[in-house]
Ligand binder design. Structure first.
Ligand code: 5GP
Ligand code: ZN
Length: 113
C-alpha cells in the first residue's frame, strides 16, 4: 500500500492520533503550520475532493462533526480555527488521500498564500 495516510490508518506508520472511530481518523500533522494542526481523514481511501460521490455524503458530515468535537476538546473552539482541503497540484495537495487540515492557535491571514 503506497498511500501514506492508509498506512497511518493501518498503523503501519505511527502518528499522534487525537480521535478515531470506525469511519474517520484524526492526527497531528507531521509538519505543523500552526500551534494546532490536525488532519482529519476518512478511513475509506478517496484520492481528492473530486472523487467524492453521493455515497460519501454521510462520511463528509461525520468529518465535520468530528472537527467540531476536536475543536472543543483541544480547546480552540472559542477563539476559532480554519479548515482547509487542498484539491490537486495547483492548490498544493501532496497526499492523495482526501484530508481536512484543522489549523488553530494563531491568527490566520486572508487571503491564503
Ligand atoms: P496537503 O499538502 O496534501 O494538503 O497536506 C498533506 C499534509 O500531510 C502535509 O501538511 C504534511 O505535513 C502531512 N503529512 C505528510 N506525510 C505525513 C505523515 O507521514 N504523517 C503525518 N502526521 N503527516 C504527514
Ligand atoms: Zn489512502
Amino acid at each position: 500500500m503506497s498511500c501514506v495516510f492508509c498506512r497511518i490508518i493501518n498503523k503501519e506508520i505511527p502518528a499522534k492520533i487525537v480521535y478515531e472511530d470506525e469511519k474517520v481518523l484524526a492526527f497531528h500533522d507531521i509538519n505543523p503550520q500552526a500551534p494546532f494542526h490536525i488532519l482529519v481523514i476518512p478511513k475509506k481511501h478517496i484520492s481528492t475532493l473530486l472523487d467524492l460521490d453521493e455515497s460519501d455524503k454521510e462520511i463528509l458530515g461525520h468529518i465535520y462533526i468530528t472537527i467540531n468535537k476536536i475543536a472543543k476538546e483541544l480547546g480552540f473552539a472559542e477563539k476559532g480555527f480554519r479548515v482547509v482541503t487542498n484539491c490537486k497540484e495547483e492548490a498544493g495537495q501532496t497526499v492523495f488521500h482526501v484530508h481536512f487540515h484543522v489549523l488553530a492557535g494563531r491568527v490566520m491571514d486572508w487571503p491564503p498564500g
